[in-house]
Design a protein. Structure first.
Length: 112
C-alpha cells in the first residue's frame, strides 16, 4: 500500500499509513483513564474494514480504562462518505451529538 502513495497530495497526507507511532490502536495504555468513545462504521464500507473499530473498542474495553462507555455504532448498507444517503448522515450526526452531549455533561434545554 505504501508504494502506491508516492505522488502529490497522497504522499503528503498519507505518509503515516502503517506507522504504529501514529496509530490510536497501537497506543492504547492499560490503566490510563480514557473518555467515552463512540466509534462509527458501515457494514458495506469498501475503504475501511468494518472490523477495525470493533478491534479498537474491544482493545479499549480489555485494557481496563475506566467506567465510561466505549461503543461501536454500525450503519447498515450506507457506503463510504459521499455514498451515504442524506437520512443516514443526519441520523449518524444526531447520534454523535447526542452521545457527546450526554457524556460531556452538556445540559440541553428542550425547545418550546
Amino acid at each position: 500500500m505504501r508504494a502506491l502513495l508516492t505522488r502529490g497530495l497522497l504522499r503528503v497526507c498519507c505518509r503515516r499509513i502503517g506507522d504504529a507511532a501514529y496509530s490510536a490502536y497501537h497506543n492504547i495504555r492499560s490503566g490510563k483513564p480514557y473518555p467515552s468513545i463512540l466509534a462509527t462504521t458501515v457494514d458495506t464500507d469498501d475503504r475501511v474494514v468494518p472490523g477495525h473499530p470493533f478491534k479498537h473498542v474491544a482493545t479499549l474495553q480489555a485494557a481496563g480504562i475506566g467506567p465510561r462507555p466505549h461503543l461501536v455504532r454500525i450503519e447498515m448498507r450506507a457506503g463510504h462518505g459521499l455514498g451515504k444517503p442524506t437520512d443516514k448522515s443526519i441520523k449518524e450526526t444526531a447520534d454523535m451529538w447526542a452521545f457527546t452531549a450526554h457524556w460531556s455533561g452538556l445540559n440541553v434545554k428542550p425547545v418550546n
